[in-house]
Ligand binder design. Structure first.
Ligand code: MRU
Length: 365
């Protein structure tokens, strides 16, 4: 592990020389900017599972780099043996978290390289896998910047913006999704007043969103999750911007637990609710939000994490879903790298399909 003083430009990257996945350890923020250089598959799996690297786009990029590093370690010239060990490595990383589709999307893209190039020597396939992992990394930067451009067109200088969880640069490679319009706006001298929900139980809003926005000089106020209605009632919020972990074909948007409550409150106060999502987050194989697997996490995240001492009685039952689904009819617009989609999302997402070349997970099998 290496410690640096300043935040690196990319939250996730490949270090060719050390054959390592390099990430900012998000569990240490904001107290320390700690950069991890991970080489073992178990370390990479653990980094995703424990949220050292988190956020849908970031875990996709991390998994792509991770499976490339696994491929480098497979010593055989025989394609069938290589493929079988590659698939095991892929399945191992895919089992790290269940909800964000970017994880599976990126791993499927990597597998596609192995399958399409069966005729090449294994060394050549490894070379192409490196290219694909780099492409997934670089595309994320371009895609998020484009989301930033489209999102910036929806908000005005001086507005109050509410966001939930962290869908910023820490959740992607460089700009993020929901926070990309704010970072771009900042580059262009615009001033927003951002309200960051603290986001129980893992506090991505208080720890990560506040950290990255303040680092960028953006006016940021942290609020408890149960303060959303109050700030909207005060007239302080002109738009909500959130990210997404998986969007179903009808536009239902699965994101950090609590997002759907924000959408319901926003509808009550007539505040527009925008979901910012790269097309890699859209899963056309799932017809609606009911088909999305919602990760459930450890009870200790609710009962004792962050507290000086345990706060719930021993033996108290805990329900700790990490995500919820915002019904499509509460979403004012979906901001993608290809532009702003409006309802009905069944139609607007389907129209996007030929442009994005949406891959079915079973495309290569
Ligand atoms: O459990 P997390 O922290 O990985 O959840 C992340 C979110 O819910 C983000 O809002 C989502 O991944 C969008 S990231 C650009």
């Amino acid at each position: 592990m290496t410690q640096y003083g300043a935040t690196p430009r990319d939250s996730v990257a490949l270090d060719d020389e050390r054959r390592a996945l390099v990430i900012i350890d998000q569990t240490k923020l904001p107290r320390a900017v700690s950069v991890l250089s991970l080489t073992a598959q178990e370390e990479i799996y653990r980094a995703i599972a424990t949220l050292q690297v988190r956020g849908a786009p970031a875990i996709g990029v991390a998994a792509a780099i991770g499976v490339y590093l696994a491929a480098l370690g497979i010593e055989t010239d025989d394609w069938d043996k290589f493929y079988s060990r590659f698939v095991s490595a892929k399945q191992y990383l895919a089992s790290s978290r269940p909800t964000a589709v970017n994880l599976f999307w990126a791993l499927d893209r990597m597998e596609g390289v192995v399958i399409r190039n069966k005729n090449l020597p294994v060394s050549g396939i490894k070379y192409l896998l490196r290219d694909e992992a780099e492409r997934i990394h670089d595309e994320d930067i371009r895609v998020c910047r484009a989301i930033g451009e489209h999102g910036l067109g929806l908000i005005r200088d001086g507005w109050g913006i509410l966001t939930h969880c962290n869908a910023g640069r820490l959740a992607a490679v460089r700009y993020g999704t929901a926070l990309a319009p704010l970072h771009l706006g900042r580059e262009r001298g615009r001033n927003f007043k951002v309200f960051a929900d603290e986001t129980r139980p893992l506090l991505q809003g208080a720890r990560l969103t506040a950290f990255e926005l303040m680092e960028d000089g953006i006016d940021t106020t942290v609020i408890c999750d149960n303060t959303v209605s109050r700030v909207m009632q005060n007239g302080w919020i002109q738009a909500v911007l959130v990210g997404c972990d998986r969007m179903a074909a009808n536009g239902d948007a699965c994101n950090k637990i609590g997002t759907s409550g924000v959408a319901i409150i926003a509808r009550h106060y007539g505040v527009p609710f925008y979901v910012c999502a790269p097309t890699s987050t859209i899963d056309m194989n799932v017809p609606n939000g009911n088909g999305i697997v919602i990760e459930e996490r450890a009870a200790s995240e609710v009962t004792e994490m962050w507290y000086g001492e345990r706060m719930a009685p021993e033996g108290a039952k805990v329900y700790n879903p990490a995500f919820d689904v915002t019904p499509a009819d509460l979403i004012t617009a979906v901001v993608t790298e290809h532009g702003v989609l409006r309802p009905p999302y069944g139609e607007s997402l389907t129209a996007l399909r030929p442009i994005q070349g949406l891959q079915r997970p079973d495309q290569y099998r």
